[in-house]
Ligand binder design. Structure first.
Ligand code: F6R
Ligand code: MG
Ligand code: MG
Length: 371
């Protein structure tokens, strides 16, 4: 049997530096120290985007492996200790509960895992975002894997011309459905155009059945039943030779789209593609950021990273994001900058309603009484 390599990307916010803007270097050092001592891993890379620590782990143990998830959990717990010592902001915020019980899913951290038989050359891009939610990947993933105006390979590369299958999750009702692109795209767009509820979980190359992309779809707030931060998502995409070219994967980010998140997880704002050096969102706790790290897998070793948005070709996108951010901010507490009532992570509505309840006059009852 051919050897299978798994790349597990597991992320959590276990304490911000300063506020919710970044990660203190001591936490990253702690994570690296723990992972470098693990016999389970072939290789690892630790990075951060905004206040989220991202662990990239390669191994031969497959997806949903208890030992790997335990290792990630223990790493986040150890980082939390450092965060507590430094009195960093929101220490341990994404770790729900105290005990690990076999699978890190449902405990707070976001998880995306891909298991592959390495090709002759295996380029991958890991996208990581801060101050937004899993559905933020819907728009770029659609463009990458289903839109010929973004991905010319869908038209002119015989190995891509058959299209891709999309697994879409209903994050509220916890259901999944498969769509086949291009045949089903009109049906699929009805759902993925509503990224607060429906999120693309996995994409498969139709002709070979091979996995092409996987995202994290954990919704922390739904798990915790209260606000504990947005569910800053990650996504792994295989590139080249039948999969989208590296440039086709990055292209959607040249046309920034609006995502939910930003300040207090309660605002729409543009998703800004940035190099690592610019990954800490500070203006109004944003605008939301995305980084893209490129790796070549070699026997499970992570050759890289290449900081893919560290390219002046994305300067105009960043500029446009700033213009959109200015405009959206000018709306202040009004929709569509502020999210609709049912999607906001923070609300004073029950409080204000209670205070004003006697000042509301029910017009229907008054009318009925008059009759
Ligand atoms: C959004 C985010 C921040 C915080 C904001 C208030 O995902 O992390 O915008 O929501 O800084 O934070 P607290 O309530 O912790 O003071
Ligand atoms: Mg935070
Ligand atoms: Mg975050």
């Amino acid at each position: 049997m051919e050897k299978k390599i798994t790349l597990s990307v597991i992320k959590a916010d276990v304490g911000g530096f300063v506020g919710h803007s970044g990660v203190h270097p001591e936490l990253l050092e702690k994570a690296r120290g723990i992972l470098s001592g693990s016999p389970l891993l072939i290789d690892f890379h630790v990075t951060h985007v905004g206040d989220d620590i991202n662990l990239m782990l390669t191994h031969e143990l497959g997806r949903n492996n208890g030992e790997i998830h335990q290792l990630a959990w223990d790493t986040f717990v150890a980082c939390t200790e450092v965060a507590k010592k430094l009195k960093l902001y929101g220490a341990g915020q994404d770790l729900l509960g105290d005990a690990f019980s076999g699978n890190i899913k449902g405990l707070g951290p976001g998880v995306a895992e891909i298991e592959v038989v390495e090709r002759k050359s295996e380029p991958m891009i890991v996208l990581m975002a801060d101050k937004t939610e899993p559905g933020a990947w819907n728009y770029p993933l659609y463009k990458i894997f289903a839109d010929p105006f973004n991905t010319i390979g869908l038209v002119i590369d015989p190995s891509m011309h058959g299209g891709f299958n999309f697994e879409v999750r209903d994050l509220i009702d916890n259901k999944k459905i498969m769509f086949s692109a291009p045949e089903d795209i009109y049906d699929m767009l009805v759902f993925i155009g509503a990224p607060g509820r429906y999120a693309i979980k996995r994409i498969f190359h139709k002709a070979s059945g091979q996995i092409a992309a996987v995202s994290s779809t954990q919704r922390l707030n739904l798990m915790a039943g209260r606000y504990v931060g947005k569910d800053d998502p990650v996504c792994i995409i295989r590139c080249q030779s039948g999969f989208p070219a590296v440039g086709e994967v990055l292209e959607p980010f040249a046309h920034p789209h609006l995502v939910a998140g930003w300040m207090r997880g309660s605002h729409h704002g543009p998703l800004m593609p940035v190099p690592l050096s610019q990954c800490c969102p500070t203006r109004f706790d944003g605008p939301p950021r995305v980084i893209a790290l490129g790796f070549q897998l070699a026997g499970g070793k992570l050759i890289g990273p290449q900081d893919m948005f560290d390219d002046p070709a994305f300067d105009e996108a960043r500029k446009l994001c700033n213009q959109i951010a200015d405009y959206m901010r000018s709306l202040g507490p009004f929709e569509p900058h502020r999210l609709p009532l049912d999607e906001m992570e923070y609300t004073t509505m029950p409080l204000v309603m209670k205070k004003l309840k006697d000042r509301f006059i029910d017009l229907r009852t008054t009318k009925a009484k008059k009759k």
